[in-house]
Design a binder for this molecule. Sequence first.
Ligand code: 3PG
Length: 306
Amino acid sequence: MKVLIATDKPFAKSAVDGIRQEVEAAGFELALLEKYTEKQQLLDAVADVDAIIIRSDIVDADVIAAAKNLKIVVRAGAGYDNVDLEAATAAGVCVMNTPGQNANAVAELVMGLLVYAVRNLYNGTSGTELLGKKLGIHAYGNVGRNVARIAKGFGMELYAFDPFCPAEVIQSEGVKPLATVEELYKTCDIVSLHIPATAETKQSINAKLLGLMPKGGILANSARKEVINEAEILEFMQARPDFKYVTDIMPGNHADMAEKLAGRYFSTPKKMGAQTSEANNNAGIAAAKQIVDFIKNGNAQFKVNK
Ligand code: 3PG
């Protein structure tokens, strides 16, 4: 059995070493494709592999078709919008993610973005504090609940909207569940996005929703680029000079945003939320273990396709 790590954005070395240990202990072989620049490199690398570990790497129908022996793809992370699930299912390929394994890393990055935002991007002027501010957690999954855990330490007032998470669960963690997305944006000084990119959520963060936020509102995005209506957020922020946007996913209109919203817009140059050695170890090694358990024992606990 051959397992390929295909990561455009490589794991920390410790994670690759840990994955190798798991794979070789199972009697499998490990191959590594990092920092590739052309899709063809990925197509060539998958030709003879049984399993692939990826991050945000695109596994589309071409990649699946090129991987004739493929049995399983594990996205070492949470979001699997980068994998063509239908093509995988049609080819009899199991797709999994590693839920929760990188959640703390992303949540810590969010808090860093929020401090940076309220301190006016450390530009030397007087800012504000997070203490006592209302934080809206848009989707209460693994990252959302880690943000809640850390934000409690900052003394923030916590709210969440998640139609898929029971209100009792949210409430039991000291967070106030709100019944509608509009209520979340109306109530909160700061909103942190933790929604996946799906047909329903794409472009859903628009001017109408942001317009509900109080004066001095801040939006933090550590989720996905696609959930933002980029043209509308630029227009909205030009009309609302009090509003700030901090993101870990560079928008398509970054140059325009940076020029027109100077001092209240910030994007990391590359998605860095899950880029810690701890998160890489957790997600990468979990992915390797899931592959071994699937191939040896048929365990498909974390399967996300049909
Ligand atoms: C995820 O979905 O797990 C995060 O967005 C992290 O993505 P990455 O592995 O590309 O950093």
